[in-house]
Design a protein around this ligand. Sequence first.
Ligand code: SF4
Length: 249
Amino acid sequence: MERHLAVEKLVTRVSDEGLERKYYRFRRARWYGGIVTADCVGCGLLCRFCWVSDYALCRPATAGAFYTAESVAEEMRQIARESGLRQLRLSGGEPTLGKEHLLRLLELLEDKGYSFILETNGIPLAYDEDYAPQLSKRSFVHVRVSLKGCSENEFAMLTGAKPEGFILQLKALEKLVENGVSCHPSVMASFSTWDNLQALAERLAEISPELAENLEVEELILYPHVKEKIAKHGLRYHTGYHPDKVPTE
Ligand code: SF4
């Protein structure tokens, strides 16, 4: 969380129009059957399989540009108009950095007939007691908490962060459930054994049976820069897909 807070200082700034946040891309993406996506700059983790370019991930002070919540909403609405898509998504980087900016953006996009997916590693949601209650006010939002491995050890291996950080990811799900926020966990399972995946499902079921039932298994997409990073860290994976051959499901 310390690193998230340090990165947050680099990717947000206060202007007369409120809190601005850095983004590096607005696009129509193929996931979820087609979804308008805004990609934020900056994350507190440094996952060793992260598909974000090293430039956007590791140089938050120079990558991307600052946007007001109003300008992000307009960019997303415009792509939605042009593409006919009604699903919107924030991805990253970590979109929950710059809470005031995110909450304003959600306020601007609510009640316009969109559904909204917030993809997060969850850590800021566990740290800030007020975050999940605020998200619960926006019923068009669904939160996808992307777990970095199935256990503390896998989390440390995949992120380089302290193993106990994994608990924060689970705690985020707990807070979302407690506050009635629509959510589900996904897990990067390409490096995991079946036993570890089962053990994770059991831990999730202790929070809520629905979390275990809705656990999404995420697998590597082997973009060239992702393969390089994984090789650099000496990680061995069990499954992964060529970017052009990702199964629809
Ligand atoms: S949490 Fe997501 S954005 Fe952040 S480093 Fe990991 S994979 Fe990349």
